[in-house]
Write a protein that binds this ligand. Structure first.
Ligand code: C2E
Ligand code: MG
Ligand code: MG
Ligand code: MG
Length: 289
């Protein structure tokens, strides 16, 4: 059967499924066009040192500026991009754009920041991922130590020999690596201790439940203890309130990220935010939210 017929037949006996397939297909086409038309943008969310309040880095978060539907968050297109393989090209774009931003800010003479970049499983599994990344970083002229690659537990644990090889190559080149959404996956602590990782990012679900569920704080404490024992730092995600900040600081979390500090911002707003940002001292709450 030709594709056209196939779809028409589907509609006949399974209208729901067909409608979903059509929507997917349209979305895939729109995603391809979005790449061609450069409709993706990077937003930047500040990360501050928990003790000093100093800005130390930012996480880059992709958005799709769709001329028809406005700003679309990654949760609405990354999964499909993963399924269709388009994530390869999108991931390349993200890495190149992150390096270019970093290089531009350096040229502007701004104090150096670490830029964290989310990787997708499929991107990381590419046989030439490491070479490609090195090439991208080289071309932009940035210091690899200013790039922090965010991996998830499932990415790390999927193919241990391959993961180990890639992490070691990346480490040797000076890149930094973190585990995103830590505590939600199934990490083998034994492997974790052999991987050359720099940061554990405490998943925002634990931060959200800090005052509602005693277990959440216990988990946060364990992650902080584990990170210290393995010579890694911790970043708390999703910090939204001053009391959350307070408790994370006093429990020894190294870095804070969340709406309390700032939402993810487009470049111009991020640079303006940077200019006016005043680190709040340890014992004072921030002036505003
Ligand atoms: P993530 O890497 O865990 O990113 C954190 C998410 O939490 C972001 O959502 C961010 O906007 C949101 N967030 C930050 N602070 C707060 C807060 O205080 N409260 C709450 N409720 N949320 C907060 P976003 O930007 O929608 O991204 C969602 C996910 O999409 C990311 O989760 C990441 O897994 C993925 N993603 C984003 N950008 C990229 C990318 O360039 N490549 C790939 N492969 N995935 C990406
Ligand atoms: Mg992330
Ligand atoms: Mg996360
Ligand atoms: Mg996430």
């Amino acid at each position: 059967l030709a594709k056209e017929n196939d779809r028409n037949n589907c509609q006949f006996y399974s209208p729901d499924l067909n409608a979903r397939n059509l929507e997917r297909l349209q979305m895939e086409l729109r995603l391809r066009q979005a790449l061609e038309n450069q409709e993706f943008v990077l937003f930047f969310q500040p990360q501050i040192d928990a003790r000093s309040g100093q800005l130390i880095g930012a996480e880059t978060l992709i958005r799709w500026q769709d001329p028809l539907h406005g700003l679309i968050p990654p949760g609405r297109f990354i999964p499909l991009a993963e399924e269709t393989g388009l994530i390869q090209a999108i991931g390349d774009w993200v890495l190149t754009a992150a390096c270019e931003h970093q290089a531009r800010w350096e040229r502007l003479g701004l104090p150096p920041l670490t830029l964290a970049v989310n990787l997708s499983a499929r991107q990381f599994r590419q046989p030439n991922f490491v070479e490609h990344l090195i090439d991208t970083a080289d071309r932009s002229g940035i210091d690899p130590a200013r790039l922090e690659l965010e991996l998830t537990e499932s990415m790390l644990m999927k193919d241990i020999p391959q993961t180990t090889g890639k992490l070691q190559q990346l480490k040797a080149r000076g890149f930094r690596m973190s585990v995103d959404d830590f505590g939600t996956g199934f990490s083998s602590l034994n492997y974790l201790r052999h991987f050359p990782l720099d940061v554990l990012k405490i998943d925002q679900s634990f931060v959200r439940e800090l005052f509602e569920d005693e277990a959440a704080l216990a988990i946060i404490d364990s992650i902080i203890a584990l990170a210290r024992a393995l010579g890694m730092r911790t970043v708390a995600e999703g910090v939204e309130t001053a009391p959350q900040r307070q408790i994370l600081q006093s429990h020894g979390c190294d870095t804070l990220q969340g709406y309390l500090i700032a939402k993810p911002l487009p470049e111009a707003e991020f640079l303006a935010w940077r200019q006016s940002y005043q680190p709040a001292s340890r014992n004072k709450g921030p002036d505003s939210e």
